[in-house]
Design a binder for this molecule. Structure first.
Ligand SMILES: Nc1ncnc2c1ncn2[C@@H]1O[C@H](COP(=O)(O)OP(=O)(O)OP(=O)(O)O)[C@@H](O)[C@H]1O
Length: 229
């Protein structure tokens, strides 16, 4: 039977007092790739934030990578975050240290202690994103596409079952976007990672078709269509 990685039932999503999305019902299974589309301001980021515990779930039920969002107090949010990876449009690398040190900083912050294990893990994730030889580079020495790969490597550090990506190709030229998409699709296929990606980039969706969920008029519309197989 399919393993649900994200399960939202009758969820209402608020920003402050404003109801942004009503009666959201979504199931995302292990290894699925799902796009999240919709006009600007229709609630894509709010939906992702609910999934990674940045917005509190007030109404409805939600389970993400085994964590019950309704019971998620601030103490449990870091545990949820360790079990999923987040990739943003803006690269959030620390500019004063090289890529290896950037990744080690994240590992330490998530409880890793053994230096040898950390070095092995860093080599492993850099290899997965095709940056095996770039660990000693400073962030400014990398192209935009390479920086986005590092961001994906960072998201992979704790072997998450789920990656949430908010406009990961937003700053990239079409060719580099295709490379990043291929990488995300390969990760989903090879490691069974579920990926939910918010995007406005329709050429990317046409080229890499997958199930597409849309936010519109305060609702989420799920037209589960093409699977990437
Ligand atoms: N921190 C906040 N406080 C109050 N309102 C917010 C906050 N963040 C977002 N909103 C409002 O919630 C609504 C949904 O915003 P959200 O960022 O989720 O949309 P989006 O679909 O991700 O947009 P975009 O494509 O521009 O990123 C908008 O009306 C926005 O103004």
């Amino acid at each position: 039977m399919a393993e649900a990685i994200v399960e939202l039932r009758n969820v209402n999503i608020y920003q402050g007092e404003s109801l942004i999305l009503q009666d959201v019902n979504i199931t995302v299974n292990r290894g699925e790739f799902v796009y999240l589309v919709g006009k600007t301001g229709t609630g894509k980021s709010s939906l992702l934030k609910t999934m990674y515990g940045d917005l509190t779930l007030k109404e409805g039920e939600g389970v993400v990578v085994g964590y019950n969002l309704s019971e998620l107090d601030w103490k449990k949010v870091p545990y949820l975050r360790r079990n999923l990876g987040v990739v943003f449009q803006e690269f959030q690398l620390l500019t004063d240290r090289n890529i290896n040190e950037n990744l080690k900083f994240v590992l330490r912050a998530t409880g890793w202690k053994d230096n040898k294990l950390m070095d092995e893990k860093i080599a492993d994730v850099l290899d997965k994103v095709g940056l095996k030889t770039k660990g000693f580079k400073m962030p400014f020495e990398l192209s935009g596409g390479e920086q986005q790969r590092v961001d994906i490597a960072r998201a992979l550090l704790n072997s998450p079952k789920l990656i949430l990506a908010d406009e990961p190709t937003g700053n990239l030229d079409p060719e580099t976007s295709d490379e990043i998409m291929q990488l995300l699709f390969n990760i989903s296929r090879d490691y069974g990672t579920s990926i939910i990606m918010a995007t406005h980039d329709y050429p990317v969706i046409n080229k890499f078709p997958a199930r597409t969920i849309k936010t519109e008029r305060g609702k989420v519309w799920d037209n589960a269509t093409i699977s990437i197989g």
